[in-house]
Write a protein that binds this ligand. Structure first.
Ligand code: PLP
Length: 507
């Protein structure tokens, strides 16, 4: 398949010539507007008209259509970003979530008038509790990291209630996602790192060596960021529980075990899930995200409020959780992703375990095709099957040809594939972390493997060719220094506009 991405010399919308009158406000509305304005506190009334582009509809339509043609998403091709689980989002879920029964309601509406939405949240809470083996779940956190932070706060409050104020250490594997140590620190814990052993498991002996009186708990994701199932997870749980610590489960990698094993049965006390990963609700620009926080045993009394509950007659917002850490976001959380996740689970029913089965099959099929390529290695857990993702290392290729993991990623772009996650986890040099999910058909996996084979071959024959990629994409190879530098990247429109007015180059 030949890949050529659309390439438009499209301006930023603020650079379009402005000032053409494109919309005339009726006199009556203007009078009405003046009337309302006069009732507002005068110190908050705008002194000048807003500085927004004044361009015609056709220009706006073309602007955004061109931009969309230069974009790449999971509807264009695979996005195998390991740890980010970018699966296809079924259109029926998007359609249902756009019904006005969901989009035209307001969180301040009387509970009696939103019974349907509350029922969906209630059922979802129960299904997710079932899937994780936990007692209770809330859809409150707006993302996984928010769930981690809230979960760490629950652990903190529980330990204080139990008289364990001295427990101030959170154990985190070296391969963990950066949000894990960050959440632990924000909740007031000190992070104690533990390494992985050669087999790719979190080193149980290292955990035993650091677990003690000051251990508040451990934050783990299982399968790990290496895509491996922690084979000694029950012993890890016993070790932590034996020192009165708790186990936090980062559910970002649930896709590889969904419907097959449950964190609750592995000994975890608090769990977060990312609806925008395993449960097929859009990520990033298609967001907003949805986190879910679940708890078991005594920890369930600490869950954020409100939970959606049912009294046998009606659904209601339950604020009566005895030791709750309180609210962590507005209203009930991000409801629209919850509707999409509800639809995803409803559509799959008991077949939900096939998500994991197919995702695991896809990962291992690709791994088998990649491991024998020249210059490619599996650093940890050689000979073990992977779960949701596989991490390969191009360290040898880099040493032998000068072609780095980044160069290989750029060459993949030229062949029409989004690059996988690169340089993560940090413990694997020159890493590509590849997660196909259940979405990819075998023909696509073969095409990805073939692209890797061609790139590696080219790297040994003509490495300088790989270093010039990508050429077929809307944007060529960026100068990473400029692309990341605060003086050249404007994080807000306001800043960009100020820079444009000053004639500075930043975008
Ligand atoms: C392993 C892991 N944990 C936590 C997170 C944080 O989740 P979120 O992006 O939903 O905040 C991620 C995100 O990529 C992740 O991969």
């Amino acid at each position: 398949m030949v890949f050529r991405q659309a390439k438009w010399g499209e301006k930023v919308i603020l650079e379009y010539p402005s000032g053409k009158p494109t919309f005339v406000i009726d006199e009556d509305f203007t009078d009405m507007g003046r009337e309302y304005l006069s009732r507002l506190p005068q110190d908050i009334v705008r002194r000048e008209p807003p500085s927004i582009p004044d361009i015609s509809e056709v220009e706006v339509a073309r602007h955004f259509t061109r931009l969309s043609q230069m974009a790449y998403g999971v509807d264009t091709g695979p996005v195998p970003l390991g740890s980010c689980t970018m699966k296809y989002n079924p259109k029926v879920n998007e359609e249902v979530a756009s019904w006005e029964e969901f989009t035209a309601i307001h969180p301040y509406q009387d509970e009696e008038t939103v019974q349907g939405v509350l029922q969906i949240i209630y059922e979802l809470q129960k299904w997710l509790a079932d899937l994780t083996g936990m007692d209770v779940c809330t859809i409150h956190p707006p993302a996984g990291a928010a769930g981690e932070f809230a979960g760490a706060l629950m652990i903190k409050k529980y330990l204080i209630d139990k008289g364990f104020e001295n427990k101030d250490e959170m154990i985190v594997p070296e391969s963990a996602h950066g949000t894990n140590p960050a959440s632990a620190v924000m909740a007031g814990f000190k992070v104690v790192k533990v390494p992985a052993n050669e087999a790719g498991d979190t080193d149980l002996e290292a955990i035993k060596a650091v677990a003690g009186e000051r251990t508040a708990g451990i934050m783990l994701t299982n399968p790990s960021t290496l895509g491996l199932f922690e084979s000694r997870i029950l012993e890890i749980a016993d070790t932590i529980h034996s020192v009165n610590g708790l186990l936090y489960y980062d559910g970002a990698n649930l896709n590889g075990i969904l419907g097959i094993v449950r964190p609750g049965d592995m000994g975890f006390d608090v769990v977060h899930l990312n609806l925008h990963k395993t449960f097929s609700t859009p990520h990033g620009g298609g967001g907003p995200g949805g986190g879910v926080l679940c708890a078991k045993g005594p920890l369930k009394d600490y869950i954020p409020v409100p939970l959606v509950d049912y009294d046998g007659r009606k659904y209601y917002l339950n604020y009566g959780i005895p030791r709750t850490i309180g609210r962590i976001t507005w209203f009930y959380g991000n409801v629209i992703p919850a509707v999409k996740a509800f639809m995803y689970i409803l559509a799959l029913g008991p077949a939900i375990r096939e998500v994991a089965e197919i995702a695991v099959l896809n990962t291992n099929y690709l791994m088998k095709k990649l491991v024998d390529l020249p210059g490619v290695d599996l650093i940890y857990g050689k000979g073990r099957w992977r779960k949701h993702e596989v991490v390969i290392s191009f360290d040898r290729l880099h040493k032998e040809t000068g072609v780095s993991a980044e160069d290989v990623a750029k060459a993949l772009l030229d062949r029409g594939f989004h690059a996988p996650t690169i340089y993560f986890p940090l413990i694997v040099p020159e890493a590509h972390m590849i997660e196909l999910t259940e979405s990819e058909p075998i023909e696509m996996i073969d095409a990805i493997a073939e692209a890797y084979r061609e790139i590696v071959k080219k790297a040994y024959e003509a490495p300088e060719e790989i270093k010039k990629t990508p050429r077929n994409t809307a944007v060529g190879r960026l100068d990473l220094m400029l692309a990341n530098h605060p003086r050249t990247v404007s994080p807000t429109y306001k800043l960009m506009k100020e820079r444009l007015l000053r004639g500075e180059p930043g975008k």
